[in-house]
Design a protein around this ligand. Sequence first.
Ligand code: 0WD
Ligand code: CA
Length: 381
Amino acid sequence: PSHSPHRADPAPLSSSASSCRALSTRRQLYEKPFPVYKQPVEVGSFSLDSERRFFNDARQIRYFVEPPSRPDFNLRDGYKDRFVKRDDSIKEKLDHILRWILANKSKLESRVAAASSSPALGVDVVTWRGHLTKLLTTPYETREGWLLAATLFRGTLYLSEVETEASRRDTENRTERHQEMMYWGYKFEQYLCAEDMKASPDPGGVVNTNEAFCTVVQTKLADHKLLFSGEVDCRDRGPKSPAAPACYIELKTSAEICTPKQRSNFHRFKLLKWWAQSFLPGVPRIVAGFRDPDGLVVGTETIQISQISHLIKNEYNCWKPTVCMNFCCEFLSFVRTVVREDSPRVVHLFSWDPHQDVTYTVHRDSSYCFLPPWYVEGMAS
Ligand code: 0WD
Ligand code: CA
């Protein structure tokens, strides 16, 4: 049943009655053999247009165009006059993924063996790739905590991020310089991406961050069947390009590396985030643009995800992919044991701050609920 009877529990319930219910994020605990992570399979994709409207197709895909060996990219160009910024005060939660699931419901359900028990959708976890990236990097994160809302509905666990107080403050207090630098990544994409198979990039056009192409992949982490979506920058357009997600290319910008210390920091911090984000959906390569303080690209480099573990080998006390994957896996198992009531009206809010354990609180019929009525009703019919 999709709706459990409403009980007169006080809300929010604190987890204090069972305070042993916490998950440690200590790295040493997760230094174990790499868990089974199945090759991610693309099960679909969707697009968000310049007005953030959803389309159940790949109309927003872009094609990678190899940059010249000596690029002349000015990432500051157009910030003032050719930039349409997405309104990030609108919290979309999982809505786009849920819309995709409803549009592809019969396709998804047909993949489930007729005799199999729950979950009805045939997957254990539905979330954004970005949320999983945060889980992967948690054992190494020392600055930013997170809040993840979890709801069990028809046997599937839905995970949706909630903005932390600290993150809201950071967003509010961004300097003008920081706001401009956030644009640089999107401008870099515009220099390297063409709208179709034959076109060239159009650096004279408008950068509109409402537009997105998202892949939906299915995979398995140990015994957790995952369905998640992630935004993809572009794809290889060569005649011999492999099938998705292997054809996808992630674009990144980073500060020019001038000293051994900067190289070490790049390996220790930035490559961790880059690896986690692309490894999850099976995107095999990153094209990185290194830029000077004025936003001029001084060079580009291709980084194979499979080579990152070799690149970091010489760093002392560096991050380990197995710790990331084992932590994520055990977090999902932890959530599974905690969240028992199957209801869109119940949210378990998992909370983590650096140097602390993961803890949770329970909220019934609260503003944390994130599965919209149209989804709950659409799944029932
Ligand atoms: O409402 C929310 N709390 C969230 C919404 C949290 C996370 C994601 N989203 C939405 C975004 O609006 C975006 O459309 O999901 C989409 C991206 O999801 P993802 O792939 O799971 O997120 P992530 O891996 O963190 O980011 C991938 C790219 C980013 O590229 P870089 O190279 O900077 O990592 O998606 C873009 C960005 O280009 N992106 C966003 N674009 C607009 N608004 C946002 C955002 N809030 N977050 C990431
Ligand atoms: Ca990117």
